[in-house]
Design a protein around this ligand. Structure first.
Ligand code: ASP
Length: 398
């Protein structure tokens, strides 16, 4: 493993400049999980991940690998390492770890989240930051669940992907990988993030809103952490300031007995009951507007009430993309009154994965789990006493 260190070199360029400049070596681990970013069409004409070709493709692209810098600073390059062209005074060495099998992210399961979390844990001390190359379909679930699984994070972990494969013309892969490597290698952003289309977003505030556009993601209730346009501009006020005294820890015990109920006008009590029955341990309700459900149908309320009495944890979020659950109508207060927890402005991805993690913690009482769900654990929700203005919520251009 290379040491992260800085070295002095003399730069003498075309007789114009003669000065001493500090070159800083950075190291980034890249976990390549799968996704369109590395896919090709198969014989049926549909996209699938193809193993063992991504590294060579990166190596062949001058934007992704600078062989001159590599031989100058890293003459003993391993066969999964590459060197990004110099960014300011940083030379970033990155190491690609390809998952086996590579996955379309629609095929990901909980065990893949656990594998990623374990890989982050195993390599955390050896790298300046970590980048995960991931399919776009469930990227927001992964960036959300990792944020809850990992505590005391002091370095960037950036999940990114692409809408067009790196093997095709007009791919957005190069831009997304380059910026993710630079942000992960050279900046102090102690968060699980999602990078896409020139924006760095908080992972557990991110959701996929567009199928075919390059700007596929939005963070509807929280401002970006950074913009990577012609200059990289960090939004310091939006970035977490973790307590250095909190040790780095990864939890890998997740509870999969978590469901989602989206309300719709023709929902029946028996539909609700079938989702709420054992072994269901946690439920995310996607309600209307400010957190409302039909309050004039006692059987629906009763089904929820019985589940709460069995200690099923029920978190209420709004089906609206933007805004926060608040009891301003009788149709919303009815949920709060029976012990349903307000999920405030959490995304579906954040609410579901938070439940998986909080229910998975061993040795917690039911009341402690309820308290954690109400809390802003990793910047995933805006507490009741924080207004939109001091939430830095300047991301209203949906
Ligand atoms: N189905 C792909 C995936 O999520 C879509 C993508 O990567 O853009 O893996």
């Amino acid at each position: 493993m290379f040491q992260v260190k800085s070295i002095k070199i003399d730069i003498f360029e075309m007789g114009k400049i003669s000065r001493s400049e500090e070159i800083v070596k950075k190291q980034v681990l890249v976990l390549y999980v799968g996704g369109t970013i590395g896919m090709k069409k198969n014989d049926d004409g549909v996209y699938v991940p193809v193993p063992h070709i991504f590294y060579d493709q990166l190596k062949s692209l001058p934007e992704m690998h600078d062989s001159g810098l590599a031989s100058k600073y890293f003459p003993d390059l391993a066969d999964n390492q590459l060197v990004l062209p110099q960014f300011e005074n940083n030379v970033i060495l990155y190491q690609l770890v390809e998952y086996d099998p590579l996955l379309d992210s629609s095929n990901l399961t909980m065990s893949d989240w656990i594998k990623m979390a374990n890989d982050i844990k195993a390599n955390y001390n050896d790298f300046n930051g970590i980048v995960i190359l991931h399919g776009t379909d469930t990227l927001a679930y992964t960036s959300s669940v990792l944020s809850f699984m990992i505590k005391g994070l002091q370095k960037p972990v950036i999940v990114t992907g692409a809408q067009i494969s790196i093997f095709e013309i007009r791919s957005d892969a190069i831009n997304n990988i380059q910026n993710s490597l630079i942000l992960a290698g050279c900046y102090q952003i102690p968060e699980i993030c999602a990078f896409f289309d020139h924006k760095l977003l908080r992972g557990n505030r991110t959701t996929k809103v567009r199928l075919t556009k390059f700007n596929a993601y939005r963070s509807p209730n929280y401002g970006p952490l950074a913009n990577a346009e012609t200059a990289i501009e960090l939004k310091d006020g939006n970035i977490m300031k973790p307590d250095p005294a909190v040790p780095f820890e990864v939890t890998t015990t997740l509870n999969s007995n978590v469901r989602v109920i989206t309300f719709f006008p023709t929902i029946t009590p028996s539909m609700l009951e079938s989702v709420l029955q054992e072994p269901t341990a946690g439920v995310v309700i996607q309600s209307y507007g400010a957190g409302n459900i039909p309050s004039n149908q006692p059987e629906l309320i009763d089904a929820l009430k019985k589940a709460v009495a069995r200690n099923v944890l029920i978190v209420n979020i709004t089906v609206c993309l933007q805004g926060s659950v608040v009891s301003i109508y009788d149709t919303g207060k009815v949920l709060a009154d029976i012990g349903v927890i307000s999920g405030r402005d959490m995304t579906l991805e954040a609410a579901l994965t938070k439940l998986c993690v909080v229910l998975g913690y061993p040795d917690l009482s039911h009341d402690q789990r309820v308290e954690l769900l109400k809390q802003n654990m990793r910047g995933e929700l805006t507490p009741l006493d924080v207004t939109d203005d001091n939430n830095n919520n300047n991301n209203n251009n949906l």
